[in-house]
Design a protein around this ligand. Structure first.
Ligand SMILES: [Zn+2]
Length: 225
C-alpha cells in the first residue's frame, strides 16, 4: 500500500491535481471533507460522533478524523494505496497520523508539496468569482467562464464577495500557510518530501507530481555523476 500526502496552499491547484493523480495511479483520492460528509450521510457510529462536533461548529478532533481515515484505508479500493488531501493540516496531526499508521505497520510513503509563491496565490484567489444563483465557482486566470460575467452552467451573473478581495485573502493566507509550512517541514525532516513547481500549466504540474510520487530516492538519483 502506498500512502501519499498531497500538500498545497489554497489556490495551489491541489484539489485538481489530486483528482488527476488518483486517476493516474489508480488509487482513491481521499479528501477529509468528503469523508466527513460520507460518514454523516451513512450515519456510521464515527460519523455520528463527528456530527456532534460539526453541529456545534467545532473542529472534529484529530483522533476521530484519523479513525475515519484508517477505516477508509480498509476499503477494497484502497488496497493499493490512497492519496490524502486535506489532512494533515498541522504538525500535531502529521505526528498523530504517523503514529496511527505505524500501529498498522504502515506509513506515509511520500508527501508532495505543490509550491506556489504567496503573491501568485493572492492573484489566483482574488480572481475568484461565484455565480449568484448556485455558487458555482470561477477564476479569472485558472477557470474563466466561457462568457465573461456569466455562469456556464445556469447563466446567472458572477459576483465577487468582499471576502475575495486581495487584502482579505493575503491576511487569511498568512495564517493558513504558516500551518502548511509546519507540515512541509515535518515531512522534509522525515525525508519524505518532494516539491513540485505549481506555477505551470495543469498538465505539467500533473506530470511533475506523478514523477515525484513514482521516483524512488528523494533528490532524484540519476547515476549520471
Ligand atoms: Zn451557476
Amino acid at each position: 500500500m502506498t500512502v501519499v500526502v498531497l500538500l498545497g496552499g489554497p489556490g495551489s491547484g491541489k484539489g485538481t491535481q489530486a483528482e488527476i493523480l488518483a486517476e493516474r495511479l489508480g488509487i482513491p483520492h481521499v479528501a477529509t471533507g468528503d469523508l466527513f460528509r460520507a460518514a454523516v450521510r451513512d450515519a456510521s457510529p464515527i460519523g455520528l460522533e463527528a456530527r456532534r462536533y460539526m453541529e456545534r461548529g467545532q473542529l472534529v478532533p484529530d483522533d476521530i478524523t484519523i479513525q475515519m481515515l484508517l477505516d477508509r484505508l480498509e476499503a477494497p479500493d484502497a488496497a493499493d494505496g490512497v492519496l490524502l488531501d486535506g489532512f494533515p493540516r498541522n504538525r500535531a496531526q502529521a505526528g498523530a497520523l504517523a503514529t496511527a499508521l505505524a500501529e498498522r505497520s504502515s506509513q506515509v510513503d511520500r508527501a508532495i508539496n505543490i509550491e506556489v509563491p504567496t503573491d501568485e496565490l493572492v492573484r489566483r484567489l482574488s480572481g475568484r468569482w461565484v455565480c449568484r444563483d448556485a455558487g458555482h465557482v470561477y477564476n479569472e486566470s485558472t477557470n474563466p467562464p466561457q462568457v465573461e460575467g456569466r455562469c456556464d452552467i445556469d447563466g446567472s451573473p458572477l459576483v465577487q464577495r468582499a471576502d475575495d478581495r486581495p487584502e482579505t485573502i493575503r491576511a487569511r493566507l498568512t495564517q493558513q500557510l504558516a500551518s502548511l509550512n509546519d507540515v512541509v517541514d515535518y515531512y522534509d525532516g522525515a525525508g519524505l518530501l518532494r516539491v513540485v513547481d505549481g506555477v505551470q500549466a495543469i498538465e505539467s504540474v500533473a506530470d511533475d507530481v506523478l514523477a515525484a510520487v513514482t521516483s524512488e530516492a528523494p533528490g532524484g538519483a540519476t547515476g549520471a555523476d
